[in-house]
Design a protein around this ligand. Sequence first.
Ligand SMILES: Nc1ncnc2c1ncn2[C@@H]1O[C@H](COP(=O)(O)OP(=O)(O)OP(=O)(O)O)[C@@H](O)[C@H]1O
Length: 698
Amino acid sequence: MNKVVLFAGTDQTRETLASQLKEYLPDYIELSSFAIDEYLPEQLPDGLIVISSRLAYEELLEFWDLDKISSRLIIARRTIDFDALDELFFLPEGSPVIFVNDVKEAAINGIEALEEVGLDHLELIPFYPGLDENEIQEARLALTPGEVDKVPGFVEEVIDIGPRLMDYTTIVSILNSLGILENQANRFSNKYLQKIIKMGKKLAHSAREINRLNSQLNQIINGLNEAVLVYNPEGKISVATGQVRELLDLGDKDLQGRAVQDIIYRKDLLSFLMNIEQEEKEIFALGGTSTSVNKFYLSESDNIIAVFQNVQETLANNRQLKQDLINRGYYARYTFKDIIGTSNKIKKARRVAKKLAETELTILLEGETGTGKELFAGAIHNASNRREGPFLAVNFSALHDDLIESELFGYEEGAFTGAKKGGKAGLFEQAESGTIFLDEIGDVSKKVQARLLRVLQEKEVMRIGSNEIKPVDVRIIAATNKNIASLVEAGEFRQDLYYRLKTGYIRIPPLRERKGDIRELLDYFIEIESAHKIEITNEVIDELLSYNWYGNVRELKNILNYMLAVSDDNYLTLEDIPDPGFFQIGSQEKSRVFDDSTGLEDSVVVKGSPGYAKSLAGLNNDLNKEELYILKKIKEIRAEGDLVGRKTLAESLKGSEYELTEYQVRNRLVNLEDKGYLERKRGRHGTLLSGKAKKLLN
Ligand SMILES: Nc1ncnc2c1ncn2[C@@H]1O[C@H](COP(=O)(O)OP(=O)(O)OP(=O)(O)O)[C@@H](O)[C@H]1O
């Protein structure tokens, strides 16, 4: 046989298949071809009959009895032209694409053929004339094997992959039937090889291009000088700049491909990063600096990008902020989120502080050293309307009186020897539109007190050596670890100033009154201080719970840092707890110190601890006069054989120096119970003195 006759349904398919056949047939084989919908010869020609599809075969059956010639007939198997497919590989996973063909069956077959060759990342939807357009999902893109005119109007882009070609088994059968497979084998396999090589070259080129773009992109990201982390919703990291490693203290570890969950242990940061629902910005204390983390989700690539910025540096780049503010670092790094603790006492302090932050009231913060007064002051500023303005902290205990005056109020040129040329603006002027934090206000002299009163009353300052009055718009937050009321009583602090300062008042509880927060604080400090996961044994926690923590949260933080430094591995054990000398003691005067390695014990006797000036000689200093009075009253009531309830107690205090409402009595009782002086029993017993209280009163 040296003749081949091709029958195809349409002229377009005829042309495509004929040119495909020509590539494989030697010249001496004569090829003729017919499109069924255009023209058919009267007689079935001689030679090998090749029919383009089963559908075309069935159409031809109407004209000729093809069963008779089955020995010289081949029905082609068809497949997609790979050369036309590359564009499809670049479409995002799951994109809806309609596959358009002239009849339903052909549309479905086309989709099957694509899936067979592994193109399964798209959502392919069959479409053919007659199908109700409203019933199919709208797609932006259509694919069609040459049926462009049948593509519906809503589609924006059409990829014509041309008619399907004959697959290689069909070509082999044709060559075989012609008896030329053997001598054409080389040519045939070379053709296929060429196609495969061409495809391979394309892929290699794409891979090179992707690598080049990737490395360019990495260079750009690293050059940004920002800490950038890119990861998918499962947490798998695709980009992490060197700055991220530095910030999170991760050494040289290669982070690409690792999970965010494996490298970040801080729960708050992790849950922030893994919540992809919304674009967010939050501030975290990382490696000792405030870091703002800005996170957003890119739905196109299903990636989350987190950008970490040092708040101080960000401020420095923000031209809106005054240069002065930048140079001096006059900003508050803390927010209410940084105030850790869920005990009722800290919750109450936080709640009140949040409320006061919304007002313009002057605030007095009272609390022992290390309880977090500066933390509260900063958080209040950052939650107030003044947050864009400066936050200036002045510590009176560290400054000499004269210096305090000139620093706070400024001076004119020549006001005193050593005064700078041109004079100097004081801190009140520099804090314009912001907040000034006056720490250790109890240490300030009467002279400065008088000047402060003027600022509070008149909202104006006068520089030293000047008569000119300057209005200032500054909010004052003052703090003290002394009991100012008793300083007022002793005539050391101006009463009028005290009342002016105390328009807003927050008592920050000492740590020993909220030991329930210790665990949480330890976890928090471990998260910010350590790059690794650290376990603390229960014994250590119990031991730490037994201390009095006179240096409060600051002391707890210091001790944890010590323990992290001396511990051998990722566990903190009893052995890592420092010697007693490391712990802060309640006052300079003490009648007995610790006697074993467990540090301070409950019975250490201290006088005049900071914060509660009037402590009682010979007693544990955690009681004030009022509390002692209440204990005495309870003893009296019990001696009468009566039950102690809020009401009885409030009545018994009436007329005394410590008259209290029932509500106040309830709070005092809760405090005394927390400190171990009272036991509350249900039912007939009411409130009872504990053994500790009885010992004290006897
Ligand atoms: N509730 C808290 N949560 C987290 N950290 C805290 C808390 N309270 C205090 N700290 C930390 O303890 C340290 C001491 O806090 P801060 O300087 O605010 O105390 P302070 O009361 O102003 O002390 P002082 O009276 O000695 O100036 C800081 O490192 C602060 O971040």
